[in-house]
Design a protein around this ligand. Structure first.
Ligand code: NDP
Length: 291
């Protein structure tokens, strides 16, 4: 293996330490409310990590659990309550939602000032019209923000300009905001998706390759340019020997790390940074709401 393994866990711990000091200086305790509807085991594990990490940095993080049969109206009523609650500075609705719930209506109902996932159309618009300056008070989607943070740490802020960045995946959660963030640091950005032709060739042009596909180990070593920095956003549960399952990314780690200059592991790469950036957004929201 040649590639440097990017330690997302350590970087997230470092960011949490910085955030804890800033939380300490706040006149109020930032309040994060995480709503989970239903009992998806993976979602339950994610929300527990979010509220636990919030508490670790001194925030008031709490979980609101709603039954799987919750209607759109019931969820909207809960969001309205939290929108009006002065002790709540950040609201996150864990996705995916059960199919009877209209996700767009729900995400649009969150007060944009408390939208710590950065998915409200107003915050999306602000991100895409930010140009080369992403303001410190912008609520940016956590996963791509965490990826950018790691890229800056690994490559250096000034080195990103002019680099070819290829993002595989065009979701609103990862791919599209990742493109906006990489443009803001002057990368030349290509977004690929399921209809992209000659994907391996396009990936081989990338100095920075971000995989956010949801297909286990799809990106192979031979798709990667020598020395490229690879950010693997994917989280895929696959079954292994004796029926035991484990997590892998969208990148085939063993072959990719023979070629890449640096690569994030799964788990322990993007995931922890995503949660740390959620806490950053909660602090940003609390500051704006209490100033
Ligand atoms: P989506 O399913 O919303 O989007 C997947 C994207 O990948 C789509 O744009 C799709 O294209 C594209 N795609 C699918 N198949 C192919 C293919 N064969 N070739 C090229 N492109 C393809 O997923 P998300 O963006 O929400 O998540 C992606 C992955 O990241 C998942 O594994 C998810 O679990 C993980 N994730 C991890 C997070 C973390 O904190 N680490 C946070 C969020 C997500 P098209 O648009 O044409 O359908």
């Amino acid at each position: 293996m040649n590639a440097r393994v990017i330690d997302g866990k350590a970087m997230a711990a470092e960011l949490r330490t910085e955030l804890a000091a800033l939380v300490d200086d706040m006149p109020v305790r930032p309040g994060l409310r995480v709503i989970i509807v239903g009992d998806n085991p993976a979602s339950r594990a994610y929300v527990r990590t979010k509220t636990r990490n919030a508490a670790e940095v001194g925030m008031d993080g709490s979980l609101i659990e709603m039954p799987v049969a919750t209607t759109t109206g019931e969820l909207l009523a809960e969001i309205e309550r939290l929108n009006a609650d002065p002790a709540t500075h950040g609201i996150l609705v864990q996705l995916p939602l059960p199919e009877q719930i209209d996700e767009t209506v729900v995400l649009d109902a969150i007060d944009p000032a408390k939208d710590v996932d950065g998915f409200h159309p107003l915050n999306v618009g602000r991100l895409f019209s930010a140009g080369r300056e992403i303001a410190d008070d912008l609520l940016v989607p956590c996963t791509p923000y965490g990826c950018l943070h790691m890229l800056k740490k690994v490559l250096g802020e000034d080195a990103l300009g002019g680099m070819n960045a290829v993002i595989v995946g065009r979701s609103n959660i990862v791919g599209k905001p990742m493109a906006a963030l990489l443009l803001s640091v002057d990368c030349t950005v290509t977004i690929a998706h399921s209809r992209t032709r000659a994907l391996p060739e396009i990936c081989r042009e990338a100095d920075i390759l971000v995989a956010a596909v949801g297909r286990a180990e799809m990106v192979r070593g031979e798709w990667i340019k020598h020395g490229a920095t690879v950010i693997d956003v994917g989280i895929n549960r696959v079954s292994g020997v004796y029926g035991k399952s484990h997590l892998v990314g969208d990148v085939h780690f063993a072959s990719a790390s023979e070629v890449a200059g640096a690569i994030t592991p799964v788990p322990g790469g993007v995931g922890p940074m995503t949660v740390a950036c959620l806490l950053r957004n909660t602090l940003v929201a609390a500051k704006a709401l209490t100033s």
